[in-house]
Design a protein around this ligand. Structure first.
Ligand SMILES: NC(=O)c1ccc[n+]([C@@H]2O[C@H](COP(=O)([O-])OP(=O)(O)OC[C@H]3O[C@@H](n4cnc5c(N)ncnc54)[C@H](OP(=O)(O)O)[C@@H]3O)[C@@H](O)[C@H]2O)c1
Length: 302
């Protein structure tokens, strides 16, 4: 992958814009509400009309059809379930979208985002892909990180409006980049969360509640994230023999695997990590840093 340069620029002063939001699920409602709060003229449409009516009561302009919703604004936001639902909603109104800007914050894979960008380009639509690193309750607060990639002009022209949702960052012209960053960060989240649940399962047979385990594990696991930058330095430097890092042999998970078995807990989560460590040790890297399993992860990608 080419070098990624994340770009953040300060938001400009707010300017009222006519914007349409398609999709009023939990996230779409939060996005539309934040745009209204920022003073924008918000037209809304949802497949199930009852949700449109609810937002109309808060000041949004309800549209009876996707066609009318798209026609109402030069900027159209799609917040639907998935890639298939985006096409299901937008394909019939593609002619109406021509000449407008489309910001799609529906979760997709990078390949799906690229497909949508190509589709948009073929139909004269300026396409900005977005990935929401937030739950609906966070929208409108600075801790909501919203990642964008694709059309730089759409991002720059509507930066003040996008900032109503949270902290906006444009990752590059490749429309797949926002999804890629989103899914990569989420992979770390799911592995960490699954690891917590594995630990909770290990202590459960000893009569320890998950709540008690969480209280003990959370501060330690949170502190571990402070080590990411040091790990990154090793990975980026490409030299796993550096001094001062925990070695692969010290990182052997044999005791954890055995204790899991003894507790009657599945080792399906931990076995693959142990196998990677073992392969690197068997290849002669026992004294090198734990970070070396990064090479295993890269190597075993299909
Ligand atoms: N909620 C979160 O915490 C969160 C966080 C980050 C990212 N996201 C992403 O944001 C997007 C929306 O999430 P959400 O939480 O709002 O989901 P949601 O509450 O399940 O809402 C889904 C929306 O998609 C619409 N929809 C689904 N299939 C459709 C179809 N075939 N045609 C037309 N409309 C269709 C639904 O319409 P109906 O009302 O008619 O069913 C509804 O408006 C997803 O891509 C999700 O991954 C959500």
């Amino acid at each position: 992958m080419a070098t990624i340069e994340a770009t953040t620029t300060p938001g400009q002063a707010g300017r009222a814009t006519a914007v349409t939001v398609l999709g009023l699920g939990a996230m779409g409602r939060a996005l539309a509400t934040a745009l209204m709060a920022a003073g924008h003229r918000v037209t809304v449409w949802n497949r199930t009309p009852a949700r449109t009516a609810a937002l109309a009561g808060q000041g949004a302009i309800p549209a009876d059809s996707v066609h009318d919703a798209v026609a109402a604004s030069p900027l159209v936001v799609a917040c639907l379930l998935d890639h298939a639902s985006v096409h299901a909603v937008l394909d019939p109104v593609v002619d109406g979208l021509a000449g407008r800007a489309l910001v799609n914050v529906t979760t997709t894979t990078p390949a799906q985002a690229l497909e949508l960008a190509a589709w948009a380009s073929d139909h004269g639509i300026a396409y900005l892909d977005g990935a929401l690193m937030a739950v609906p309750e966070m929208i409108g607060r600075p801790e909501a990180a919203i990642l964008y990639s694709g059309d730089a002009t759409v991002f720059e022209d509507h930066r003040a409006l996008l900032d109503a949702w949270g902290d906006s960052t444009w990752f590059g012209a490749d429309a797949g980049l926002a999804s890629l960053w989103d899914l990569a960060i989420l992979s770390g989240m799911y592995l960490l969360l699954a690891g917590f649940l594995h630990g909770a399962a290990m202590v459960a047979p000893a009569g320890v509640s998950a709540a008690d385990f969480a209280a003990r594990a959370a501060p330690f696991l949170a502190a571990m994230t402070d080590g990411f930058s040091g790990m990154a330095d090793v990975v980026d430097g490409g030299d796993y023999s550096v001094e001062g890092r925990q070695s692969l042999s010290f990182s052997d998970l044999g005791d954890i695997v055995q204790a899991s078995v003894d507790q009657g807990v599945s080792t399906e989560l931990i076995d693959p990590i142990q196998r990677m460590i073992r392969r690197q040790i068997d290849a002669g890297h026992a004294d090198e840093a734990f970070e070396r399993i990064y090479e295993e992860i890269r190597r075993t990608a299909p």
